[in-house]
Write a protein that binds this ligand. Structure first.
Ligand code: 2HA
Ligand code: ZN
Length: 274
């Protein structure tokens, strides 16, 4: 099959463009990765050029040894992914030790994988260990969520509860809650370790004053998760812009009733009395 006709490729490109259209990817902001299924990589194997030089990942992901990933490129613009995929995105292979990668398709003009490759691969590694169905990790600069990191305490409990209260669907879409990483230097192993630790418990991590990382089974679920979190953040920003307190809201007991009706488990740590 031709590379650009593969469904996983089309889904990846569409998601990148959706994120651009949401306004979450100014300039080269944000990055996306997808852990390719064995049958998917087999279907496009004719188009691979496994002659790239092995490079260090910058961290160790032995759980992903031998797997292939479709990733956005470092310094590349989400705006351009749909128009010039071979320049903007690429497929990499991770070696048998989980320490190195090489390019096998795309990023044709000397491009390199995303600067956040350590975070993407460590998150995918953590998620794969917990649930092999997880394949997508997405980082975006979602405006309202970033704005909230200047006014809310940087605590998992507070971000989870405040966002849950903003839309009844939120606790159903992210029942495990969301984690918060305090401001850190992006692009390296330290922020990757901090984020992947949160990914043990959550599907969403907020990077203070920077953006969102989220993980999911497929493109629809992962984009939908980011969209839901950012929509709730937008409502909270609007609400806080009208008045600092809520006149009425969804109560802890309301959440417990919702959990029973929708058969989700909502950890009590988020249902504190205020
Ligand atoms: O520029 O978003 O976090 C890409 C990024 C780095
Ligand atoms: Zn970023």
């Amino acid at each position: 099959m031709k590379m650009l006709e593969a469904e996983f490729m089309k889904g990846f490109i569409r998601m990148a463009n959706d994120g651009w259209e949401q306004g979450w990817h100014e300039r080269n902001g944000g990055n996306l990765s997808y852990r390719i299924k064995a049958e998917e990589i087999d279907s496009v194997r004719d188009g691979l050029r496994p002659d790239g030089v092995w490079q260090p990942i910058g961290t160790s992901v032995p759980g992903l040894a031998g797997e292939y990933f479709l990733v956005t490129g470092s310094g590349k613009y989400f705006r351009n992914v749909m128009h010039d995929p071979e320049d903007s995105i690429g497929i990499i292979e991770v070696d048998g030790t989980g320490e190195n990668y090489r390019k096998v398709w795309g990023l044709v003009n000397g491009g390199r994988p995303t600067s956040e490759l350590p975070s993407h691969l460590m998150n995918l590694d953590v998620k794969k260990k917990r649930d092999g169905k997880y394949r997508v990790v997405y980082h975006c600069h979602a405006t309202n969520l970033i704005a909230l990191t200047f006014v809310l305490p940087l605590k998992d409990e507070v971000f989870t509860r405040e966002l849950w209260e903003m839309a009844t669907e939120c606790p159903v879409v992210f029942p495990d809650g969301i984690g918060v990483v305090e401001w850190m230097v992006p692009g390296g192993r330290d922020i990757a370790v901090a984020t992947s630790r949160l990914m043990e418990n959550y599907d969403v991590a907020v990077w203070a004053h920077h953006g969102m990382f989220c993980a999911g089974e497929d493109f629809d679920l992962t984009f939908g998760l980011a969209h839901t979190v950012e929509k709730a953040a937008e409502i909270l920003v609007k609400m806080l812009s009208m008045r600092p307190d809520k006149r009425q809201t969804i109560t802890p007991q309301n959440f417990r009733d919702l959990a029973a009706a929708f058969q989700v488990e909502l950890p009590e740590q988020f249902l504190y009395e205020k």
